[in-house]
Design a protein around this ligand. Sequence first.
Ligand code: ATP
Ligand code: MG
Length: 222
Amino acid sequence: MSELIKITNLRKTYDGKRYVLDGLNFSIGKGEIKTIFGASGCGKSTFLNIVGLLDNYTSGEYLFCETNINPKRLNDYYKYRAQDIGFIFQSYFLIDSLSVNDNILMPFLYNEIDLSGSVKKTVDKLLDSFDMLSLKNKKVSLLSGGERQRVAIMRAIIKEPKLIIADEPTGNLDESNTELVVKAFKDIAEKGTAVIVVTHNKFLSFGTDTTYTLRGGKLYNE
Ligand SMILES: Nc1ncnc2c1ncn2[C@@H]1O[C@H](COP(=O)(O)OP(=O)(O)OP(=O)(O)O)[C@@H](O)[C@H]1O
Ligand SMILES: [Mg+2]
């Protein structure tokens, strides 16, 4: 089976001296969920930003959908970012002045897909599954941290991307909402989306996932 992502001997330095990532290898295929643990500051967000084509790497090889990613030409991969990758950031990056509904529909603003009735129905279904239907028209600035987090997750899921990258997606959630997120990720993985989750939460488990620890700039399968 061809991999969605294959990363070989990846290195990343911000300052030219210290390598935050130092010879890291990673791959993920359709429908797989992979979980990455690691101490604060070990480079998890750095790794996800590179995988999400938001930041360049210093050396190594990165294949996304069999395309060799040139770290000096990240602008060329606009379509991948817009259509194929759903990013759930550690700090959410929602638009405060817009409603929950409009934030979830954000990905479609950048794609040439019209907001047909079926997309709108999908939003309602998603909102319901995340127990947030009653908040649909509320401004995001008025939501709690956990509610914002769920909006960010729905925004990533709605376009059914090839890959979801989630940076600490349950950091602000209680147990029952964490279960909703686990279920949502498992459901979308079943439809073929690959999911990479970074977390500090040792209890976060998807049952079928492979877990890694990022240490000393490398990923260890453990
Ligand atoms: N833009 C940047 N410029 C310079 N150094 C950076 C930059 N971003 C991150 N770093 C450094 O790289 C290292 C890894 O940071 P990163 O944010 O990837 O860690 P993390 O594992 O995500 O941590 P946390 O669990 O706290 O979110 C840290 O030492 C950080 O200070
Ligand atoms: Mg981080």
